[in-house]
Every structure is written in C-alpha cells, then in structure tokens.
Design a protein around this ligand. Structure first.
Ligand code: AMP
Ligand code: GLY
Length: 427
C-alpha cells in the first residue's frame, strides 16, 4: 500500500526508515520530511494543518495509511477528519489525544480510574492557584495545561518560583496553553518512559527508554525536546514494567474506552519510579523524539503491521519482538539551542558513515541543497548505535560523531551516564 507519513523530525526519519523496510509498503510519501527522510520517501509540501488538503492528497495518491508523527495534528483532530473521509490513520482521535493536549484532562482521568499520579489542583485564575501553592508549600510543580512544546513545566524548589511560574502562565507566556494551570505534588525518583500500542481495547507493551531533557551535561541547564536517549531503561525491570502496565496503562485504556473515547495509537507514559512504585508524570499521544529512534533500531517486527493492527482493532493478534542489544542515540544540535541558533551551515562527513548496520544517523532539522546537507533546525542529527551494553552503544555513537564535520553543532558528551554507572557497579 501507499503510505503518507506526517512530520519532519528525527522521530519521523526513524519511522520512515522502518516503514520503507516494510514488505507492505509500496510508495512512502512524507510531508514535509527532511534531507534524511528524502532517502526513504518522496517528500511533499503539504499543509498538514489543512485536513481537506491532506484528504485530497490521499485520494490522489491512493494512500492506504496515514502515519501522524507529531502531537499537533493529533490534538487538532486530523485523525478524526481522515477517518471521516474513510482514510486509515495511525494515531488517536482528538478526544483521546487530550491525554497529551490537556494535563488537567489526564489528571482527572487518573483520579476517576485510581491511577497513581501526583496529587494536584486545576486552576483558571492566578489567585486560587497562588493560594493552593501557599497551602501546599515547595517543592511543587506548576504546569501549563495545554501543548507548550515541552516548555510549560516548572519544577519549583521554592514557593516564590512557583508563584512566579503561575503568574507567567496567566500572563500569557504560553498563550492559550497557559489559560489553565495544573499545580502538582513534587515526585521523587528516577524517570523512565514506557511506550505502548493500543487499538482502543488492547494494550501491547513496546519498549522502555530514558531521555535526557536538559541541554547540559550532568542534566543541567534549560529543558530541550531531548538531547539523547537509550532503550531499554534499566530501571524498568520486568516487574516494574508489569506494574506500570497493570496499574497505569491498562486502566487508562479501559477507562477511555468505557467513556466512549478509545485511544488508538502509541501511548507514551512518562513515569517516575518512586519508592512506592511507578507514578504517572504525563502522557503523550505519540512516539517520543528521540526515543523513537532507539526503538526503531531495536524493533525486529514490521512496524506497518503493528500500526495497521492499531487502526483495525486487531492488536491482540500481533506481537512485537526486540533485539537484545541496547540502542543509544546522541542528538547533535545547532549551537545556541534551545535558545537562538542559526540555520544554513553545512554538515560534512555523513556519507562516509553508511554501511555499518549497528549505526544509523537519523536526520531531524536538515535540508538538502545542491547535494549538500544543511542544518535547518535546533535539533539536527540523531547519531544512533546498537551495542551489547549501553557503554558499547555509546562508544560507537560518539566515535561516529568524531567523524562528522559540523563546527556549528554540539552535543552532550554524557548521554547514557546513569545506565553506564549502573553497568559499572554491576561489574
Ligand atoms: P512533563 O512535560 O509533564 O513531562 O514535565 C517535564 C519534566 O518535569 C518531567 O520530565 C520531570 O522531569 C519534571 N516533572 C514533571 N512533573 C513532575 C512532578 N510531579 N514531580 C517531579 N518532577 C516532575
Ligand atoms: N523526548 C521527549 C518527547 O518526545 O516528548
């Protein structure tokens, strides 16, 4: 079948690579894609916020499946519009994508279903939110309710920081996303991500991963979209994963189905592993970026078969097998990211890195011009490697980075530090 992939990040390059390798794929299109995706797919300029333009494209190109990478179009209801036009699309409809689109929605759902998560309050005015913070004390966490590109969360160590965060939200720092604020209890523990497919009824565990959200080594500096990741996450033992499925994911899927808004797509649970067990920090309604890149390196089964099973409600008839190896990815970003950075510098040395099946460079913000690859965004490349251990995958990824000639870029030098430290103490 012909497939249309929506998105332009490293996540979508990894998905394009996996989809292009599927025996079910005839022609793969990507909108808008990037310089790396162009090697796997025909890139097309399509306004993906215009559902009728996407529907027309699908009809003209006999598209059998649309794969929606990022959260924006999911929360805006693109999958609803495609389904209404009789076009299969992988990803949740708007009502279920609210798991990512509204933090308050998710907190209330957790409360109704008895899912372990931080205690919270929802507020639409600053005064009541401020009073709640004064009553609860610090540390405390302040979140803009809506989509804020990962920037809407302040983990406040003092009451003053929390009050300032509340004011910033209601003063419009995040636009409409900050018109409502969730204030929640500070959770202590180690973070991990759990990725699960659902067809609305069944939940199929995919894999675990850990991200590195801060820009600086030792997890310091401002938050980013993610500077590197590995899979699996050592903290997610078989027992911890089983608990998270039983106590968090399965009740979520069941509750949404019972309420008439079933979730079909990939459910990304951000967890805090506390001394009481797993607690939900947040849900996303899509694959993680860069977590998807490490997952696609490890997936042995056909991604298109799995996605179709989600759309068709037949997830109980398929399974997902994974390589035993660890995969690790290091993000190369433009100097200045996550603040102001320049676009347009040339990246050399990528062609020489081909040929090693344990290494793959996924493109994020890149574009091709006259045969050259140019930086075109904040996060630009994801250098991704397999290894028997995290240390081995990491050594392979950093060795490849040494061979990439891009003076305008930078990366964190310590991706995987937590897992490598665990490997070292285990001996
Ligand atoms: P979120 O966008 O909700 O995942 O929040 C971004 C980051 O803020 C998370 O990855 C955590 O590191 C941190 N965070 C969010 N909620 C909490 C919480 N309740 N307790 C401690 N840290 C949190
Ligand atoms: N890497 C974090 C995210 O995709 O939200």
């Amino acid at each position: 079948m012909n497939i249309l992939l929506i998105g332009s990040g490293g996540r979508e390059h990894a998905l394009a690579w996996a989809i292009a390798n599927s025996p079910l794929t005839d022609t793969l299109y990507a909108a808008p894609g990037n310089a790396g995706i162009a090697a796997e797919a025909t890139c097309v300029a399509l306004d993906t916020s215009d559902s009728s333009a996407v529907i027309t494209f699908c009809r003209d190109h006999d598209i059998g499946l649309v794969v929606v990478g990022p959260e924006g179009p999911l929360v805006a209801g693109l999958v609803d519009d495609l389904a209404g036009a009789g076009i299969k699309a992988f990803g949740p409809k708007k009502a279920a994508a609210a798991l990512e689109g509204s933090k308050g929605f998710t907190k209330d759902l957790c409360a109704r279903a008895g899912i372990p998560t931080a205690g919270y309050g929802r507020f639409t005015d600053a005064e009541t939110a401020r009073a709640y913070v004064r009553e609860q004390g610090a540390p405390i966490v302040v979140k803009a309710d809506g989509l804020a590109a990962g920037k809407g969360v302040v983990v406040a160590m003092t009451e003053d920081d929390a009050l300032a965060a509340i004011d910033a939200c209601f003063d419009g720092e995040f636009g409409a996303a900050g018109a409502e604020v969730v204030v929640e209890e500070f959770l202590e523990g180690e973070e991990a991500s759990l990725f699960v497919l659902s067809d609305g009824r069944n939940a199929l565990m995919l894999a675990t991963a850990q991200d590195h959200k801060r820009v600086g080594e030792g997890d310091t500096g401002p938050n980013t979209g993610g500077m590197g990741a590995y899979s699996p996450a050592p903290v997610m033992t078989e027992e911890m994963t089983a608990r998270a499925m039983r106590e968090i994911v399965e009740p979520t899927v069941a509750r949404l189905a019972a309420e008439g808004t079933p979730f079909a797509g990939v459910l990304y649970a951000g967890l805090m592993i506390t001394d009481k067990g797993p607690q939900l920090i947040e849900y996303n309604a899509r694959f993680g970026d860069p977590e998807c890149q490490v997952m696609m390196m490890r997936l042995k089964d056909d991604i298109v078969t799995l996605m179709l099973a989600c759309v068709d409600g037949t997830l109980d008839r398929v399974g997902a097998r994974w390589r035993d190896e660890v995969a690790l990815t290091v993000v190369l970003a433009a100097k200045g990211y996550p603040g102001i950075y320049e676009k347009g510098s040339e990246i050399c040395g990528l062609a020489e890195l081909g040929g090693d099946p344990a290494l793959k460079v996924f493109h994020a913000g890149t574009r091709a011009e006259d045969g050259a690859v140019l930086a075109n965004g904040g996060r630009v490349l994801n250098v991704t490697a397999l290894g028997a251990t995290v240390a081995e995958a990491r050594a392979r990824a950093y060795a490849a980075i040494e061979r990439i000639d891009w003076p305008e870029g930078f990366c964190r030098r310590d991706i995987g530090w937590r897992a490598v430290a665990r490997e070292e103490t285990r001996g």
